[in-house]
Write a protein that binds this ligand. Structure first.
Ligand code: SF4
Length: 393
């Protein structure tokens, strides 16, 4: 088959950054969480292998950014830990065969209940060295209401397995705002998570998709999925702010709005997104950026696999990033990092004068300035959207 991307993208192998990230989307889940309406599905396991076949073929036939050394891989979803370890290895082998690799960080997203000793050993053997565990809460009432398969005990069991197997880089996430969450249960989850001592922690505010089961219930009324027990926006903001204090006291560095890490263990792959460094996404709905263009594959896994099998384009949308958009991305993405952005560099590179907007934000206390660097005010992160709106004009 003629590579669907090579036709359009061979000429765009111009990324200036020294390294490349590869993302692989695995759009399968065991159940659908009540708040989620991502392009992920609960499908028969018999469909996993043909999908992996398609991903491996896409990787093998892609020509995009082949001249850039890959140092990070992120196997995300969905729930990629549902795949057989042999299939994850096939994906990793396809990447190594097709791209020059010096793999520093290879992350697998895993739900706690899917983690077994056998799988963990096989993951490590395949070159996966970081596991991002979808914890979400350590309270069983909240987990049940969210439609999660795992319970609190599964998180402890999975953590033990990963540590014994030899994983030294584990990320765990929590969601602030789950139905039935209270100040006490939130603080308990944060405290327990810290005691588990992962190297990396993400905290997300609940985002309920209108098309999800919970979203529909919030709009129409009812309480099957806990719509009436969703904490208020103010409560969510309080949860987030209390976590900022607790995590800092426990030695975690708050390096991005939603992310904390022990020193030196920030996610190298995710930093590429915020720094506008190149990444290639493989699989249904995966996004790519080569420094000049962004493109995305078709979302539907069946349509994606059929396109690959028939040698057709997998790309659903594509855009060239112009100077104005690149400037917006520099501000919008860059400011997510709490270290801030180099305003002088950005103004110089984009011939932009941002002084008036920056001064307004400084006056409002939404950002701080230290020489050429501006950053979000750490005390006002829950209203960071106001800073973005003002800055983007
Ligand atoms: S939140 Fe994650 S695990 Fe839950 S249904 Fe959505 S993609 Fe799957």
């Amino acid at each position: 088959m003629q590579n669907p991307r090579s036709l359009d993208l061979e000429t765009s192998n111009k990324a200036s950054a020294a390294t490349l990230g590869i993302y692989v989307q695995v759009p399968f889940c065991q159940t659908k969480c009540t708040y989620c309406n991502f392009h992920t599905g609960v499908v028969a396991r018999s469909l996993y292998r043909p999908y992996v076949d398609a991903v491996c073929r896409e990787i093998a036939e892609s020509r995009a950014l082949r001249d850039v050394m890959v140092d990070t891989v992120y196997l995300g979803g969905g729930t990629p830990s549902l795949l057989e370890p042999a299939d994850l290895r096939r994906i990793m082998d396809a990447i190594r065969r097709s791209y020059a690799c010096n793999l520093d960080e290879v992350t697998l997203e895993a739900d706690p209940e899917t983690i077994t000793a056998e799988k963990a050993a096989a993951w490590l053997d395949a070159g996966i060295n970081r596991v991002s565990m979808g914890v979400q809460s350590l309270n069983d009432v909240e987990l049940r209401a969210a439609g999660r398969m795992h319970r609190r005990d599964d998180v402890y069991r999975a953590t033990d397995i990963l540590r014994v197997t030899g994983f030294h880089n584990i990320s765990m996430d929590l969601i602030a705002g789950l139905p039935h969450q209270t100040c006490a249960t939130w603080e308990s989850s944060v405290g327990e998570l810290i005691a588990l001592r992962p190297e990396h922690i993400s905290i997300y505010l609940l985002e309920v998709d209108d098309g999800s089961r919970l979203g529909k219930e919030i709009i129409a009324g009812g309480n099957k999925y806990g719509a009436a027990a969703v904490p208020s926006d103010d409560a969510m903001a309080d949860f987030y702010e209390s976590a900022c204090v607790t995590l800092a006291a426990a030695g975690f560095v708050h390096y991005e709005i939603s992310n904390w890490a022990l020193p030196g263990l920030a996610s190298k792959h995710n930093l590429k997104y915020w720094r506008r460094q190149p990444y290639i996404g493989f699989g249904a709905g995966a996004h790519s950026f080569d420094g000049q263009r962004r493109w995305a594959n078709v979302h539907d896994p069946s349509a994606y696999a059929a396109a690959i099998a028939q040698g057709r384009m997998t790309i659903e949308s594509e855009e060239t990033v112009g100077a104005a958009q690149a400037l917006e991305e520099e501000l919008f993405l860059g400011l997510r990092e709490l270290a801030g952005i180099d305003l002088a560099r950005i103004q110089r590179e984009y011939s932009a004068d941002l002084a008036a907007r920056v001064n307004k934000l400084l006056d409002d206390g939404l950002i701080e300035r230290n020489g050429d660097t501006i950053r979000l005010n750490p005390a006002k992160l829950t209203i960071s959207n106001e800073a973005f709106v003002e800055l983007l004009g």
